[in-house]
Design a protein. Structure first.
Length: 140
């Protein structure tokens, strides 16, 4: 019998961009834990639009992950402090560990070569479609 692969039994398989739905604690693990190496590889390979939902209020925040490190870079900031520098999330993230109620998902992915204008237009579309400026946590 030929050995085809030696897999780490503790690694966590990446669920796919369309199925990704993680809590704040799971996000921290995905960014820092070695078992999530597949996740970091996948998340650093694309740019795109994401959603953060507050599971206690239903309020939502739409953001974009672009730049050199794409989702890994952007979500690393959220994993560190819960707000990623966003004004509307900053107060919530600091208040009595409210960041534990944040849920992260991906709305749309783009290739690394997609023009910035295309990614920006998609972000603006989702903010309009999900009413996150009027009823959510997007202030811009």
């Amino acid at each position: 019998m030929n050995v085809v692969e030696i897999a780490d039994p503790s690694s966590v398989p990446f669920p796919g961009f369309d199925s990704l739905l993680v809590s704040y604690d799971e996000l921290q693990a995905a960014i820092t834990d070695d078992r999530y190496g597949q996740w970091r590889t996948a998340l650093s390979s694309v740019q795109g639009i994401y959603l953060i939902a507050d599971t206690t209020t239903g309020k939502q925040y739409v953001g974009k992950a672009d730049g050199a490190e794409r989702f890994v870079g952007r979500w690393s900031e959220y994993a560190k402090n819960g707000h990623g520098g966003n004004v509307a999330l900053r107060e919530l993230a600091a208040a009595a560990r409210h960041r534990q109620h944040f849920q992260f998902s991906i709305l749309q992915v783009f290739s690394p070569s997609a023009p910035a204008a295309q990614v920006d237009a998609a972000e603006a579309h989702f903010k309009r479609a999900l009413l996150t400026r009027q009823f959510g946590m997007n202030l811009n």
